[in-house]
Design a binder for this molecule. Structure first.
Ligand SMILES: NC(=O)c1ccc[n+]([C@@H]2O[C@H](COP(=O)([O-])OP(=O)(O)OC[C@H]3O[C@@H](n4cnc5c(N)ncnc54)[C@H](O)[C@@H]3O)[C@@H](O)[C@H]2O)c1
Ligand SMILES: N[C@H](C(=O)O)[C@H](O)COP(=O)(O)O
Length: 343
């Protein structure tokens, strides 16, 4: 039996006015010294060449198909051309780029589902120009779940996880106004989120019996109901339900004391009740090397933890570390997943 050909990762361009192209180009330049897994970009070859010129980077661009990417990767940045063009200026977002940005995501997902790529690694998008062009999703996370539903015809609940060497943190509610958190948070939502986290940590991260620490919503996890009832009425029943299913869950824990060094040794993922409760500690502890992973999808998706940083696009100041960590994490997840499937 012949071994399967290695599959590259499919990287999206993200917003072409942001630092996505910068970190893609600098990551490729560091491929050898860092042993970076092979990837190709779904993008506009001219836009990539223009940004490389602006950054004064010597990056040859090879226009190719996904199947040719692994062979070309050692000597050139493989770019699979989009049908839509991406306008060039760095730092100036424009809704004119929306069709190309969305095509890049759609094509990366289609490639992974068709087996042409091992996982999707997205470069950052800015929400506003996409919303102005009619994009109806809060971010990648929700859009990728919608694509999964279109492709597979079954309900898909996406779970955001920020994962770095010091912390994995999951927000149960994601891109909603803080005011809406109280009406959105339910015991069922917490339980469903934790089931997905536990399953993916086991099958895609190789952690047997993952330990989950659930944060309380209120100060001091409600202080026995004196500072809010949600911890006793919503979070506590979720912990009990999860434990009854055999998932090692603990909480609700006071959120202010669960992220220090010793506390983090006691769990594999912190389950947080809203976006900033998870993303503030994750980015404070590892902005340069944390990865945004979407769990619960029928394919692998990672992303750097940072955004488009328009103010530094094309300046040479963008660090590629988080993008490189996202590439590495996607490759490791793909390996775990294939081991689980063949076991
Ligand atoms: N994965 C994604 O698509 C994603 C993630 C986060 C934010 N965003 C979007 O990006 C836009 C800007 O968001 P923001 O300003 O809150 O966050 P940001 O991450 O773009 O920038 C925050 C700060 O970090 C700096 N920074 C970011 N990445 C850096 C890098 N690689 N190297 C050096 N410095 C870096 C920026 O210059 C800025 O000072 C928003 O529209 C947001 O929605 C997208
Ligand atoms: N909340 C994410 C973060 O701050 O890192 C970011 O907005 C990206 O979200 P998507 O991956 O859903 O685009």
């Amino acid at each position: 039996m012949t071994a399967a050909a290695p599959r590259p990762l499919a990287a999206t361009t993200g917003d072409p006015a942001g630092i996505g192209p910068d970190v893609i180009l600098t990551s490729w330049l560091r491929r050898r010294e860092t042993g970076l897994p092979a990837f190709y970009v779904l993008g506009d070859p001219d836009q990539m060449k223009t940004r490389a010129g602006l950054l004064d980077l010597d990056v040859p661009v090879a226009v190719c198909s996904p199947g040719e990417a692994v062979a070309l990767y050692p000597d050139a940045l493989p770019v699979v051309p989009l049908r839509n063009r991406l306008a060039h200026p760095a730092g100036v977002p424009d809704r004119i780029n929306a069709p190309g940005i969305v095509e890049s995501i759609d094509r990366a997902v289609a490639d992974v589902i068709a087996g042409r790529a091992a996982g999707v690694v997205t470069a950052p998008i800015a929400k506003k120009p996409l919303y102005e062009a009619g994009f109806g999703y809060p971010g990648h996370t929700e859009y990728l779940a919608a694509l999964a539903e279109q492709h597979f015809g079954r309900r898909t609940m996406p779970v955001m996880m920020l994962a770095g060497p010091k912390l994995r943190a999951v927000p149960v509610t994601i891109h909603i106004p803080l005011r809406a958190v109280f009406d959105t948070l339910t015991t069922d939502l917490i339980v469903e989120t934790c089931r997905i986290v536990a399953g993916d940590l086991e099958h895609r991260f190789g952690i047997a019996e993952p330990r989950l620490a659930l944060a309380g919503l209120n100060p001091h996890a409600g202080e026995g109901g004196a500072l809010g009832r949600e911890d006793e009425d919503i979070v506590q029943p979720a912990v009990e339900a999860l434990r009854a299913e055999g998932i090692a869950a603990r909480g609700p824990l006071p959120a202010d004391t669960m992220f220090h060094d010793r506390a983090r040794e006691t769990y594999d993922a912190a389950i947080c009740m809203y976006h900033d409760q998870a993303l503030i500690p994750a980015k404070a502890l590892g902005f340069d090397d944390s990865v945004n992973v979407t769990l619960g999808l029928p394919f692998i998706r990672t992303s750097p933890d940072h955004g488009t940083a328009f103010e530094i696009a094309g300046s040479g100041k963008a660090l590629p570390d988080s993008f490189m960590a996202a590439l590495r994490m996607a490759a490791i997840m793909a390996e775990h997943e294939s081991r689980t499937k063949t076991a």
